[in-house]
Design a protein around this ligand. Structure first.
Ligand code: DX5
Ligand code: ZN
Length: 221
């Protein structure tokens, strides 16, 4: 089984002291840093762009896990590569040419991720899974932090885990939205190994402790 990794979502930071908060999550065991880019069109919210990704990607030496919630992300892949992304995840619903978009990410030496909204069937990812280093299962409607976890998305993780085993593929499976110590184990048992957590980690007063508790819950047998 793959090692379980915590990817705290910077969307929950106080940006006046984001560096310190992210460092605290690293001290609590986080290995990735999830950076949510929103354009106000693909999702009904605007977050931040390349300058913020650039500063945060280098601040704590975490794996920079960039989640693009933008229309036609192929237009900006190079910019986010330059900003320091290690993984770039795009939405299947946002790309006119999914294959070209994933190939473009990989051509820049970056890991390619593919995500889907709650209402999108997981089977729609199948034609592209060979091109994926990570698959991001949304467990809320994308656009905002602090929403309720949709446990009924977990069969998507199980499908992806079984598909990888049957077809000899090796992508990571990530869950994003409403993840907390209460449901982290369910995510892992469903096949996920990367847990994105905003409000339950970077939104807490004691960030290090929150990260430790989430990871302990995820690793519990
Ligand atoms: C939602 C974003 C998430 C969000 C998660 O569109 O993709 O990454 O920051 O925040 P929480 O963990 O608070 O649901
Ligand atoms: Zn996200």
């Amino acid at each position: 089984m793959k090692k379980i990794k915590l990817s705290p979502s910077a969307l929950a930071c106080d940006f006046a002291c984001a560096g310190e908060q992210i460092k605290a999550s690293k001290d609590g065991g986080a290995e990735y840093l999830h950076l949510d880019v929103m354009d106000g069109i693909f999702v009904p919210n605007i977050s931040f762009g390349q300058p913020v990704v650039k500063s945060l990607s280098k601040c704590c030496e975490l794996v920079s896990d960039v989640h693009l919630m933008i229309t036609e992300p192929i237009r900006y892949i190079e910019d986010f590569a330059k900003a320091g992304a290690d993984i770039i995840t795009v939405h299947i619903e946002a790309c006119e040419d999914v294959t070209a978009t994933l190939q473009k990410i990989r051509s820049l030496g970056i890991k390619a991720g593919l995500s889907l909204k709650p209402k999108t069937p997981v089977e729609s990812l199948v034609p592209y899974l060979e091109l994926c280093d990570l698959v991001l299962v949304m467990s809320v409607e994308p656009g905002f932090g602090g929403q309720k976890f949709m446990a009924d998305m977990m069969p998507k993780c199980a499908f992806l885990r079984d598909y990888a085993a049957e077809h000899g593929l090796d992508y990571e499976i990530s869950v994003d939205g409403g993840v907390s110590a209460e449901n982290a184990r369910l995510c892992v048992e469903s096949g996920a190994n990367v847990l994105v957590a905003g409000s339950s980690v970077l939104g807490k007063d004691d960030i290090k402790k929150a990260a430790e508790e989430l990871l302990a819950a995820a690793n519990q047998n």
